[in-house]
Design a protein around this ligand. Structure first.
Ligand code: NAD
Ligand code: TDX
Length: 333
């Protein structure tokens, strides 16, 4: 039995990863450490509460003493998802992003290093590479050129992780994934925002001309890539993760409206995001060739599963809409 510490396990990707890991490695003990910011939702892992091999501790990755104490539970592997993750929020409150993503990551690294963990997987993003023109894709050798406070803070965290490897020989690996979508994504991000608004026949805001391109990956495919990195990723290396599923935002919106049988009249063009990156595309040949990972879902298949999940989980959506997902007394897990 291995003890795995997951940070940010109440968020979108972290909670999907915990479900994935418990399904495929039921013997392992997962310790979920999350501060429960607005993005942390206990409903995401409610079905695991009380199960053997799952434990939640509320905590801040910036609290090195607390993290150090938690590492003493025999933690061997750290998978670090916790972050401020929304670009629009970073434009309004950049400081929060530097505090959590840069300083928080350094505190976590210090605690993990002191306890000599065997592997530290740092979950980063393709946004650290900046924006692409019409052609080409980001490789692991592409220079970092982040444009938003969010991506700059993630690039800062990548560099401090890199420094821990170079300076102390700390066994850290960095992954950089493209845009994720799937169950349990907070409806501030494009795909869940469109789905939940379209279901309620509310207007859908599209920034600028709607022709910005993102490279979409179903969250379960991201989880299987992280699994390969835990098992075989080489310390000091960076692995790009993506599924070669580029779509314009407008195409994404139209696909969702069609699937839900809703009118395109719901689309409303609104002023563009400041510093809006035009296009992302990931070259994931390194992880495919060196670690034998491949995505399983096409964008169409993943999107259909995602829409079905949001249609079925009405209570999950309503508890976010009315704010009750943050009531800790009611659902104490
Ligand atoms: P999310 O916003 O859904 O979840 C973040 C989680 O971190 C929340 O549960 C929150 O409570 C927790 N958290 C925030 N600050 C904390 C702190 N100081 N201490 C402990 N916990 C804290 O984010 P997500 O979309 O699941 O993204 C997870 C990670 O993956 C992030 O590092 C993000 O940069 C990266 N990433 C996301 C995407 C994407 O498309 N969503 C793509 C590539 C990489
Ligand atoms: O209401 C909207 N209208 C709109 O046109 C929203 C919320 C977004 N958009 C556009 C902006 C982007 O071009 O849709 C695209 C996707 O936006 P987000 O869902 O905010 O994602 P993005 O900015 O691409 O960043 C995401 O992918 C990389 C995650 O939020 C990051 O955490 C991850 O690192």
């Amino acid at each position: 039995m291995a003890v795995i510490l997951v940070t940010g396990g109440m968020g979108f990707i972290g909670s999907n990863f915990i479900h994935y890991w418990k399904k495929h490695h039921p013997q392992d003990h997962v310790l979920n450490v999350d501060l429960l910011t607005y993005a942390g939702n206990k409903d995401n892992v409610a079905s695991l509460v009380g199960q053997a091999g799952y434990e939640f501790v509320q905590g801040d990755i910036g609290d090195e003493a607390h993290l150090s104490q938690l590492m003493q539970k025999g933690v061997e592997v750290v998978v670090h998802f916790a972050a401020e993750s929304h670009v629009d929020r970073s434009i309004h409150s950049p400081r929060d992003f530097v505090m959590t993503n840069v300083l928080g990551t350094q505190s976590l690294l210090a605690a993990a290093r002191q306890h000599k963990v065997k592997k530290f997987v740092h979950i980063s993003t393709d946004e650290v590479y900046g924006s692409l023109g019409d052609a080409g894709a980001f490789t692991e050798k592409t220079a970092l050129a982040p444009n938003s406070p969010y991506s700059a803070s993630k690039a800062g965290s990548d560099l401090i992780v890199r420094a821990y490897f170079e300076t102390y020989g700390f066994p850290a690996v960095i992954t950089r994934c493209s845009n994720n979508y799937g169950p349990r994504q907070f409806p501030e991000k494009l795909i869940p925002l469109i789905i939940t608004r379209a279901i309620r026949n509310e207007p859908i805001p599209i920034y600028g001309d709607g022709l910005n391109v993102r490279d979409w990956l179903y969250v379960e495919d991201h989880c299987s890539a992280i699994e390969r990195v835990i098992q075989a990723g080489v310390p000091g290396e960076v692995y790009n993760i993506g599924g070669h599923q580029e779509r314009t935002n407008l195409d994404v919106v139209k696909s969702i409206l069609k699937e839900l049988n809703k009118s395109e009249d719901l689309i409303h063009f609104v002023p563009d995001r400041l510093g809006h990156d035009r296009r992302y595309a990931i070259d994931s040949s390194k992880i495919q060739q060196e670690l034998g990972w491949a995505p399983s879902y096409s964008f169409e298949a993943g999107l259909q599963k995602t829409i079905q999940w949001y249609l079925k989980e009405r209570t999950w959506c309503e508890r976010i809409a009315d704010g009750s997902y943050r009531d800790t007394e009611e659902v104490d897990h």
